[in-house]
Design a protein around this ligand. Structure first.
Ligand code: PEP
Ligand code: MN
Length: 355
C-alpha cells in the first residue's frame, strides 16, 4: 500500500534539520516536568516529550504517572509555548491525549510490534489531524514498521514520521538496542518523503553514546532527533543512565555538524576515499596473513604434520563469527569471508608442502 503523506507542518518549529524533540523519559512530578521544560525551552527546544504511560519490561517498576501528568503537559504548553508529545499505546491513551491538547503522539516500539494495538490506535484516531511518529518495532522487521505506518495512514492521518530507536538483541555489550542503520536507510529508500527521527537515548542506553549517535543520524540524512533530557538524570525514575541534562543536550546539539545536500557529492567522494583506504588495508593485511600461512606451511612440512587442522579451523570460524556480530556484522557473512580466506591459505600451504 502506497502511503499518502503530508509534511509534519509543526507550528513554530523551523523546518531545518534537525527537528529536535527533548524531554524526560517519564513525567514524574509536576516540579520535575516544569523544571526540565523551562530549562529546555530557554535553550531553544521547541518540542517537549515526556512519557505519561510507561511500558516496562517487568511489573513493579514505575509504570507512568498516568492522566495526572497530562495536566502538567498542558502547563508546559501554556508557560513555554513548546509543542508537547507523548506515547500512546491504547485507544484510551489517545482519547485522553486529544482531550488534553497533546500536539504530537508517538507509538512505542513494543506497541508497533503488535498489529492489534496499532489498529486500535488507528481506529481511535479516525478523523483527527495530528502528527503521529511511529517507533520501529523492538524486533528488526521493516515490514512490521511500515505496516504500522500503513494502519495509521489508513485511518486518514497523513502527517506521519518514523523514529529509529534501535532493535532489541540478547547481546547488550555496546548498545542497549542495536542501531542496524541499514533498516532505517531502507525505510528512507522505500518511503522517501517520510521524515525519520533518531532516538539516540534508547539506541545507546548510556549518556556518552548520545552525541556520537546524533552525529551519525545527521550524517545519514535523518530529519530529526528525539532525545531524553532530565533536570536531574541520576535521580530519574526510568532510564536514568541514558538521560542528559538540558545543558548537556544543548552542548551536544551545538557541536553537531550538519552537512546539507549540496555538499553531499563532496562528502561522498571523501567517503569513497575512505573506502579505498580500507580496501587497501584489507589487501595488505591479507597478504601478511598469507605470508604467515606459508611459514606455517614450512613448519608443518618440516614436522610432517597435516595441513588441515579442523579444531583450529572451527575455532577461527566461531571466534571471528562472534566478534563480527559484536561489531555489527552478520556472523554468517564473517564465516563466509573466513572460509574464503582459509581456502586460499590452504592452497598457499599446499604450494609450499608440494615444492
Ligand atoms: C520512550 O521513548 O521512553 C520509550 C519507552 O521508548 P521505546 O518505545 O523506544 O522503548
Ligand atoms: Mn525511556
Amino acid at each position: 500500500m502506497e502511503l499518502e503523506l503530508q509534511p509534519l507542518a509543526l507550528p513554530g518549529v523551523p523546518e531545518e534539520r534537525p527537528i529536535v524533540i527533548a524531554g524526560p523519559c517519564s513525567a514524574e512530578t509536576e516540579e520535575q516536568v516544569m523544571s526540565t521544560a523551562h530549562s529546555l525551552a530557554n535553550r531553544g527546544t521547541k518540542i517537549f516529550r515526556a512519557g505519561i504511560w510507561k511500558p516496562r519490561t517487568k511489573p513493579g517498576g514505575f509504570e507512568g504517572i498516568g492522566v495526572d501528568g497530562l495536566a502538567w503537559m498542558k502547563r508546559v504548553k501554556e508557560e513555554t509555548g513548546m509543542l508537547v508529545s507523548t506515547e500512546v499505546a491504547t485507544a484510551k491513551h489517545v482519547y485522553e491525549c486529544l482531550k488534553a491538547g497533546i500536539d504530537i503522539l508517538w507509538i512505542g516500539a513494543r506497541t508497533t510490534a503488535n498489529p492489534f494495538a496499532v489498529q486500535e490506535i488507528a481506529d481511535a484516531l479516525k478523523g483527527v489531524d495530528i502528527p503521529v511518529l511511529v517507533k520501529n518495532p523492538v524486533n528488526p522487521d521493516l515490514e512490521l514498521w511500515i505496516g504500522a505506518l500503513e494502519r495509521i495512514n489508513g485511518a486518514g492521518l497523513k502527517r506521519l514520521g518514523a523514529i529509529h530507536r534501535g532493535f532489541s538483541s540478547y547481546d547488550k555489550k555496546i548498545y542497549r538496542n542495536l542501531p542496524q542503520w541499514h533498516i532505517p536507510i531502507e525505510l528512507r529508500r522505500r518511503i522517501p518523503e517520510l521524515p525519520i527521527f533518531c532516538d539516540p537515548s534508547h539506541i545507546g542506553g548510556k549518556r556518552e553514546l548520545v552525541a556520537p549517535l546524533c552525529q551519525q543520524a545527521m550524517d545519514l540524512g535523518f530529519d530529526g532527533l528525539i532525545v531524553e533530557s532530565h533536570c536531574n538524570p541520576d535521580a530519574a525514575w526510568s532510564d536514568a543512565s541514558q538521560q542528559v541534562t538540558p545543558d548537556v543536550l544543548n552542548y551536544i546539539l551545538d557541536l553537531l555538524v550538519i552537512r546539507e545536500g549540496k555538499q553531499s557529492t563532496e562528502s561522498l567522494s571523501e567517503l569513497r576515499n575512505q573506502i579505498d583506504e580500507c580496501d587497501n588495508q584489507i589487501i595488505e593485511v591479507l597478504a601478511k596473513r598469507m605470508r604467515v600461512c606459508r611459514e606455517i606451511g614450512t613448519f608443518k612440512k618440516e614436522h610432517d604434520m597435516t595441513i588441515l587442522q579442523t579444531g583450529r579451523y572451527n575455532e577461527i570460524l566461531d571466534k571471528r563469527g562472534a566478534q563480527g556480530a559484536l561489531c555489527g556484522m552478520g556472523s554468517e557473512f564473517i564465516k563466509k569471508v573466513f572460509e574464503a580466506i582459509h581456502e586460499e591459505s590452504v592452497r598457499q600451504q599446499m604450494e609450499i608442502i608440494n615444492k
